[in-house]
Design a protein around this ligand. Structure first.
Ligand code: CO
Length: 134
C-alpha cells in the first residue's frame, strides 16, 4: 500500500524563524510561505534530495495544530505523509482492518493539490499519518 515518504511535517510556533534555521543554519532550499486557510496552516516546504519537510504554522483561530503547539511550545514533529497509488482503495482497506480515518473520511485536497487523508495516531504507534495519492 505504502509508497515513498512524501513529506515529514513539523509544527512550529514561528514560521519565519523556523524557515531561517533550515535555510541559513542547515543550508536547505526553502519555498515561499503559502497560506492554506482550508487546512488552518501556513506552510513552507524544505526541499531535500529525497523528500520534503513541511514547516507548519497555525493560521486562524481554530487551526488543527494549535492544540499540538500548546503541548509542544517549541514545536515538534506533527505527522508523516506516505504516498499511495489509490487513496480510496487504501482508505477502504484500512477501515476494514479497524483503523480510524479522521474527519468525514473523505479525501481533502492537500498542500500539493492532491487528495489526502489523515489516520488516527492511536492506531499507528502514536504518529499522525497522512496518505497522499500521487
Ligand atoms: Co502533510
Amino acid at each position: 500500500m505504502l509508497g515513498r515518504v512524501n513529506h515529514i511535517a513539523i509544527a512550529v510556533p514561528d514560521l519565519a524563524a523556523a524557515t531561517a534555521i533550515y535555510r541559513d543554519t542547515l543550508g536547505a532550499r526553502v519555498s515561499q510561505a503559502q497560506a492554506l486557510p482550508e487546512h488552518g496552516v501556513t506552510v513552507v516546504f524544505v526541499e531535500l534530495p529525497n523528500t520534503k519537510v513541511e514547516l507548519l504554522e497555525p493560521l486562524g483561530a481554530d487551526s488543527p495544530i494549535a492544540a499540538f503547539l500548546e503541548k509542544n511550545p517549541s514545536g515538534g514533529m506533527h505527522h508523516i505523509c506516505y504516498e499511495v497509488e489509490d487513496i480510496i482503495a487504501a482508505r477502504d482497506q484500512l477501515k476494514a482492518g479497524g483503523a480510524r480515518v479522521l474527519g468525514d473520511g473523505n479525501p481533502k485536497t492537500g498542500a500539493h493539490g492532491k487528495p489526502v487523508l489523515f489516520l488516527h495516531p492511536k492506531d499507528f504507534n502514536g504518529t499522525l499519518v497522512e496518505l497522499e495519492q500521487v
